[in-house]
Ligand binder design. Structure first.
Ligand SMILES: [Zn+2]
Length: 623
């Protein structure tokens, strides 16, 4: 209640603020990316100023990250000049993102030089943004802007130069290109930061719209090799279908053109960051041709695409802040991220990037993972959203007790419950598709933000199908719920089961990420070397005293191997004696008996009674 009030207040603040447009001032930004292979970008900003005390700030709260992730430690080589003189600057002693200075009399422009180190700690998380062959540029990493201004009111004329022979993709519109310099049409700082650029020595553009058709959709791909760009005709067709299906789902588009920026590299950070007119997607180099990577990453572009409607256009009021320094509030991320996750996965199936069986296997794994989450006994789902800034970069040790960013996956189950409830309440006349058309739809137009509150959401759901949505959502989100919300799967005509047949997504992930998932049998995941990644509290392994960070050395007296543990679990059904694990904890070893006789436990969905609503949900809307 209290937080919802704050959200309403912020929404008002936002709209009042939006109407107070002051005269625009244009910053010139020149970025030299020729040093990208060693992960340092050089930038010069020319900022109009007046004499007197002046403060510049570095963007701190980055949209889509939902946390203060602006990589301030990576800001280096900072120098200020005005009227031909060097100007001393002073970092604020409390706010690490603010720099104070005095602009001398007569100066009208401040020249700021800076370098951004892009080796790690960028907006995407960990890992480098550039390699010998590719780069990603998030403009927030190379800009400072005057404190107290609205990024909407600050105009930036940006240009870049690239390593020789590299080509680029971005949603920014080109002004002109020549002598190695690429100059973009001036845009607001908001639009600039919302329009990242990728570039690489291996580049391919795939047109997703027919000539003459608008808005234009393209995939801009960069990779470490030509083979990394080998998108099959079937995938190209599926992405065209994705564009059509998203259009049919929402009934309007809130962009003038759309660029899927797609980086295929094992050298740079894997990522997925949404923007209004583009998305920044990073996957492994062989994702287009390796069947396991393809399966695991199929939902990425659909997810980020859906964000253009859900997250960028419609945004929770607490995340629609007036500038990059204002803290964001993570409440309602179970709409922002989870409805996107739900619709993204549905569109992955509707566009043919997944078969219905692949969709169901993904859903089964999500449901099983959440139903075994021990942390749900103490932490309500909303707290995982509100705590995004604490949880985002933590490792997997004790994650089952702490909970991770569960609002994504658990929210997906909740939105399935909402969808199947609407379908049942209206006897098949309405669905969540109708909600999307009303909440995210017409009119089409250029990017804009329409903030909403919990009450707005409930009202919009009630307009589609009258129901006590506030009660349902409050129960699911704000109450401690020891079991995962499986009602959507059950209303959909399916049930969650476990057997010894591998789940296809877990099987692919185990091969790709070189680990073993025994979460629903012994209660742990373990690397191929025997290191325990996490242990579920309450599981046989936990009861025996084993914890994450320890290492399995032997199983029933025989040296550890991943195949040995799998065979031992499989045969545990016919075995009366406990499974004995010899485990090291730093320098000490100990034998732990695990009293387990349940065999392999892999999650699947099995058809139950009633109508197969899941099948209806996955049917494409377009021919
Ligand atoms: Zn997302």
């Amino acid at each position: 209640m209290f937080l919802r009030k704050i959200a309403v207040a912020l929404a008002l603040f936002y709209s009042v603020f939006s109407s107070q447009l002051s005269s625009a001032q244009t910053i010139r930004l020149t970025v030299d990316l020729t040093d990208a292979p060693r992960n340092i970008y050089h930038a010069v900003l020319n900022i109009p100023v007046k004499p007197g005390p002046f403060t510049l700030v570095y963007p701190k709260w980055i949209p889509g990250n939902h946390r203060p992730s602006g990589p301030i430690p990576n800001l280096t080589g900072l120098r200020m000049e005005a009227a031909g003189h060097s100007i001393p600057w002073d970092r604020d002693s409390v706010d690490m993102y603010a720099f104070h200075m005095n602009v001398p009399a007569g100066a009208t422009e401040l020249q700021v030089s800076l370098d951004a180190v892009t080796q790690s700690g960028n907006a995407a998380g960990t890992g480098a943004l550039a390699s010998s062959n590719v780069l990603g540029l998030n403009w927030n990493e190379v800009v400072l802007y005057p404190q107290g201004t609205r990024p909407d009111d600050v105009q930036v004329a940006a240009s870049v130069n690239l390593p020789s022979g590299w080509k680029f993709g971005t949603a920014l519109e080109l002004a002109f290109q020549g002598r190695g310099r690429i100059t973009f049409k001036p845009v607001s700082l908001i639009t600039l930061i919302d329009s990242p650029l990728i570039a690489g020595s291996h580049f391919r553009k795939v047109e997703l719209t027919r000539p003459g058709e608008t808005p234009v959709h393209v995939i801009d791909m960069v990779s470490e090799s030509e083979s990394g760009l080998a998108m099959t005709p079937a995938d190209e067709a599926a992405y065209r279908k994705l564009v059509a299906e998203a259009g049919a789902l929402f009934g309007a588009r809130h962009y003038l053109h759309y660029d899927f920026l797609y980086t295929l590299s094992d050298q740079v950070v894997g990522r997925g960051l949404e923007h209004h007119q583009s998305s920044d997607n990073g996957v492994g180099e062989q994702t287009l041709t390796d069947p396991d990577q393809h399966l695991l990453e199929a939902g990425l572009l659909p997810h980020e695409f859906v964000h253009s409607w859900n997250g960028k256009y419609r945004r929770p009021a607490g995340l629609a802040t007036p500038n990059y320094q204002e803290p964001m509030r993570g409440d309602l991320l179970w709409v922002y991220e989870a409805l996107t996750e739900y619709l993204g996965d549905v569109l992955t199936a509707r566009s043919g990037l997944w078969t219905p069986e692949q969709y169901r296997e993904a859903l089964a794994q999500t449901a099983a993972m959440l139903d075994h989450r021990a942390g749900r006994k103490w932490r309500p789902l909303e707290d995982t959203a509100r705590s995004v800034q604490l949880l985002r970069l933590l490792g997997p040790g004790w994650q089952n007790w702490r909970r991770g960013l569960d609002y994504y996956s658990e929210g997906e189950l909740i939105w399935l419950e909402v969808d199947t409830t609407i379908r049942q309440q209206t006897r098949g006349q309405k669905s969540l598709d109708d909600f999307c058309r009303a909440f995210h739809g017409a009119p089409s137009g250029p990017p804009k933000v329409l903030p909403y509150t919990f009450d707005d959401l409930v009202r919009a759901l009630n307009d589609v199908a009258p129901y006590d949505w506030a009660k349902l959502l409050n129960q699911r989100v704000n109450e401690v719920q020891p079991r995962a919300p499986l009602a959507g799967i059950e209303r959909g005509g399916w049930r969650l089961i476990y057997n010894d047949k591998p789940n296809i997504h877990v099987y692919a992930a185990e091969k790709e990420r070189k680990y073993q998932d025994q979460f629903y049998s012994l209660g742990f995941a373990v690397t191929e070397a025997g290191e325990l990644i996490d242990v579920i509290p309450g599981s046989p392994a936990y009861q025996a005293g084993i914890g994450p960070g320890m290492k399995v050395i032997a199983v029933n007296g025989r040296l550890w191997s991943k195949d040995l543990i799998k065979e031992t679990v499989r045969s545990s059904k016919d075995n009366q004696s406990p499974i004995e694990l010899l485990v090291s904890n730093a320098e000490f070893v100990k034998t732990y008996p695990l009293d387990y006789h349940g065999g392999l436990q892999n999650a699947h969905l099995e058809r139950a009674n009633g109508e197969d609503l899941l099948d209806d949900i996955l049917k494409p809307l377009t021919k």
